[in-house]
Unconditional design. Structure first.
Length: 230
């Protein structure tokens, strides 16, 4: 029965019972006082450096890049999703400073790169063997649902509203769009980024290929599915 009292959910765990584990991955302060961080249970009481080292053993080959031309709070959400889906790293293009609140501290466990402009990101990608793939619903973009994604790629995202700049679109090898079925012409950039990252995970971590072309091009197989429009 609901008695009107608030459901106060306790995050994390309290002090670790003794004897403590003899493993240098554990942080004595956390063992002593408890671990209330936003980390998976398998990392409870671990030092941050130990968590990063463990994640480095299994990070995926995709990266995500965000053009930081405005004060966009979505950047934090994108970084948080990149952490959840095991991105190899995230890149901030443009302004170095960004609102980290939405990342909920997950950025501390990721590798962050900064590039002054899109040309610098493109140079980095060439040097390290990554393909730059833009995600934006512009004219001529290919449907993400039918696209084969390179294993080593950087998914490039723009800002809420303006989308990717002309410079960004110019340096990307391909432009991908998420097919939309409603009345709106665009979706939140953090949501778009999550869909793009998950598409990579489905293809490369789960072995699922993209859906057939006819299902996203307005064919009778799926009525009402239209190509993105500007």
């Amino acid at each position: 029965m609901d008695d009107g009292t608030a459901d106060e959910r306790v995050i994390g765990v309290g002090p670790h019972p003794r004897p403590w584990p003899e493993d240098d991955r554990y942080d004595p302060e956390l063992l002593e006082h408890g671990d209330r961080r936003n980390v998976a249970d398998r990392f409870r009481y671990w030092r941050r450096e130990a968590i990063v080292a463990e994640l480095d053993r299994s990070r995926h080959a995709f990266h995500v890049a965000i053009e930081n031309v405005e004060d966009d709070r979505n950047i934090g959400s994108i970084v948080r999703t990149a952490n959840a889906l095991g991105a190899g790293a995230f890149h901030i293009v443009g302004r170095r400073r960004w609102n980290r609140r939405g990342a909920m501290v997950t950025d501390r466990y990721q590798h962050e790169h900064h590039h002054a402009d899109m040309a610098a990101l493109a140079a980095w990608a060439r040097e390290h063997g990554y393909a730059l793939l833009a995600i934006d619903n512009v004219t001529g973009a290919e449907p993400l649902e039918a696209a084969r994604l390179p294993e080593r790629c950087v998914l490039v995202l723009g800002q809420e509203g303006p989308g990717l700049s002309a410079d960004a679109l110019a340096v990307c090898e391909r432009v991908l769009a998420i097919t939309q079925y409603g009345s709106t012409r665009s979706m939140n950039v953090a949501a778009a980024g999550a869909i793009g990252m998950h598409a990579w995970v489905l293809e490369h971590a789960w072995g699922r290929g993209p859906i057939r072309q006819g299902a996203v091009s307005g064919s009778p197989e799926r009525p009402g599915a239209d190509r993105p429009v500007p």
